[in-house]
Ligand binder design. Structure first.
Ligand code: AGP
Length: 614
């Protein structure tokens, strides 16, 4: 997620803004920028890369003295992470500067309208359209807050905007829909920030903005309205976090913060993909429909958690497209002399986009003339750059080594790929696709429910803190969920944990089952009763041998109650989509067990966030 700072007060704005951006570096970013209002014009500087690059630019060409300014650290979604796409974005006259966090869904049509009216836009971003819209609006609505409200009423999607107008330098205006924005209340100075870390060095008095609100700050105060101009209620609070906690949004660990961000990560990954006429549109799928229709095999390559997202995807893609789909560990792929050619689509899944095993695998695949599509969370990273097409997840930066929101958003992106292929190849009608998308769009609420009910899982972790071995069982898409649950526990709590296909139990692993052994079992939804009955039999088998059964089953499934020592209820969702809710309790469990054991949840021993060696 991008970092935003706004300031009006008595200090040098560029100093306050740059310091605030440094406090927001933890959010992850790939370019930065700052703008101040000075003598009727905007003075700005922006640069790809880290803040040090912007510091160097400012050292060489300092911005003029000013007490009003805005700044931004960009996590690229639309457009590569380069100087031109860095924020702030200006209108053509250099009067207005805009910074933005989020995704403006209808920016393409707004951009077309602006260009048809003669505007010349110089970046690939959705944000720049706002600067040009404001330019036009200010001609008819001179008041900046009112002009911002008028423009916001035309925007669709998720956005936090902060704007300065060089001709109204005593005010900075912010607008919020879905992405967070907070006011910092100082003495003779006011701040805006994407979170309190942006201004915590100056004030701990904050005001949280609500949905569809516009805030105007001057050095003496602030005013908040709705997008319609009506006065809005706000909630003031005192920030008692220390800076480190502020950077984690008040959570003790980045992993907890990222687990909590999963509803938004899934919603953002879905945002803007489904047009009103029921067709899917994916960013940067630079493969023509004809090329996609030639595909007769899909091989998904990835590592670790990303490979389990691929396993979930396999079930969905084969079911929806009827194209054979294999899943290969990237580190094994090129050494098994795979059978691939021009009609093979290799799908590389990588949160970081820098995993060397996966990168070397796609290089090999391209040498064999296969087409490569990557699913990635890091815009501009190596793997998408070396792919023929990319679907970006919009989970925002994932700081904790253990992947959580990265995993769920990878699964969603793979669902979108499967549906897109089905659409292009005509094996699913638009209404069928729309129905599945509608089910997907309900999932953030289901994920949120799992978060809200997490205390049961945390209590279970406290109860099992002495256990040194755990099993995880599942069938169909529950099998990769079992694998992921086991991996989370291994990498966080350093205990033995294994995931199995439940049907494999009797072929060996059941010998592991003994009195008190904790076994998690993911039970398929009622829609797959034959599969579900088999899993219930598996639960009986392990229970008869003394296992402590922790059963994850959908609401209303009463058949499992008698076999569950602990029953974790899941929302009713279609079979193929169940991993998006079933995984969350397993993430929470692993995290809590690690906390109970006193381990570093964000930086587990021996692990790196991105494995850039083979
Ligand atoms: C997951 O919790 C681990 N951090 C690890 O398995 C990770 O998923 C794997 O290294 C792949 O990383 P990538 O998605 O950045 O390519």
């Amino acid at each position: 997620m991008c970092g935003i700072v706004g300031y009006v007060g008595h200090r040098q704005a560029v100093d306050v803004v740059m310091a605030g951006l440094r406090r927001l570096e933890y959010r992850g970013y790939d370019s930065t920028g700052v703008a101040v209002a000075h003598e009727g014009r905007i003075a700005s500087a922006k640069k790809a890369g880290k803040l040090a690059n912007l510091d160097a630019v400012l050292a060489e060409s300092p911005l003029p003295a000013a007490t009003t300014g805005i700044g931004h650290t960009r996590w690229a979604t639309h457009g590569a992470p380069n100087d031109a796409n860095a924020h702030p974005h200006l209108d053509s006259e250099g009067r207005v500067a805009v910074v933005h966090n989020g995704i403006i869904e209808n920016f393409a049509e707004l951009r077309a309208e602006l260009e048809a009216a003669g505007h010349e836009l110089v970046s690939e971003t959705d944000t720049e359209t706002v600067a040009h819209l404001l330019h036009d609006e200010l001609k008819v609505t001179p008041d900046l807050p009112e002009a911002v409200r008028a423009v916001c009423r035309r925007l669709e999607g998720a956005f936090t905007l902060v704007i300065t107008d060089a001709q109204q330098p005593d005010v900075v205006v912010g607008a919020r829909r879905n992405s967070p924005l907070v006011v910092g209340v100082g003495e003779g100075e006011m701040f805006l920030g994407s979170d309190v870390a942006a201004f915590i060095d100056h004030t701990r008095e904050a005001v949280e903005l609500g949905q569809d609100q516009v805030v105007s700050i001057t050095k003496d105060g602030f005013e908040v309205t709705g997008f319609d101009g009506s006065p809005a209620q706000t909630k003031a609070y005192h920030v008692d976090w220390d800076v480190s906690a502020a950077e984690k949004g008040g959570f003790d660990w980045y992993m907890l913060k990222e687990i909590a961000e999963q509803p938004q990560a899934v919603a953002d990954t879905l945002l803007g993909r489904h047009t009103t006429d029921g067709r899917l549109q994916l960013d940067e799928v630079r493969l023509s429909d004809d090329e996609l229709r030639e595909i007769d095999k899909i091989i998904i390559i990835a590592c670790g958690t990303a490979s389990y997202a691929g396993l979930v995807a396999k079930y969905a893609i084969e079911h929806w497209t009827r194209i054979p789909c294999e899943v290969e560990l990237a580190s094994e792929f090129r050494y098994r002399d795979p059978i691939i050619d021009r009609s093979t689509l290799v799908v590389a899944i990588s949160q970081s986009g820098e995993t060397m095993d996966t990168l070397m695998a796609i290089r090999y695949a391209r040498q064999q003339r296969a087409r490569v599509l990557s699913v990635c969370n890091t815009n501009g990273s190596t793997i998408p750059r070396e792919s023929d097409a990319v679907i970006y997840t919009h989970a925002g930066p994932e700081v904790a080594v253990a992947s959580t929101k990265g995993f769920l958003s990878q699964v969603v992106a793979c669902y979108l790929l499967g549906l897109y292929l089905a659409q292009v190849r005509g094996v699913k009608f638009g209404d069928e696709i729309s129905q599945i998308i509608a089910e997907l769009e309900k999932l953030p609420a289901g994920i949120q429910r799992m978060l809200d009910e997490g205390q049961q899982v945390r209590d279970l972790a406290a109860d099992l803190v002495g256990k040194r071995s755990f099993l995880f069982l599942g069938r169909h898409v529950g099998y990769p969920v079992a694998l992921e649950g086991a991996l989370k526990l291994k990498e966080l709590a350093y205990v033995h944990a294994e995931g199995f296909a439940a049907g494999e139990l009797k072929h060996g692993p059941i010998a592991l089952v003994e009195e008190g052994l904790p076994v998690f079992v993911v039970v398929p939804p009622h829609g797959r009763d034959q599969l579900r009955d088999k899993v219930i039999s598996n639960i009986q088998e392990i229970r008869a041998r003394g296992a402590r059964t922790i059963v994850l089953a959908e609401d209303g499934d009463t058949d499992v109650e008698r076999y569950a020592d602990t029953l974790i209820r899941l929302p009713k969702v279609p079979t193929l989509l169940q991993p998006l809710v079933a995984t969350v309790p397993l993430q929470i469990f692993a995290c809590e067990l690690a906390v109970q054991l006193g381990y570093d949840v964000d930086q587990p021993r021996n692990l790196a966030k991105s494995v850039t060696v083979e």
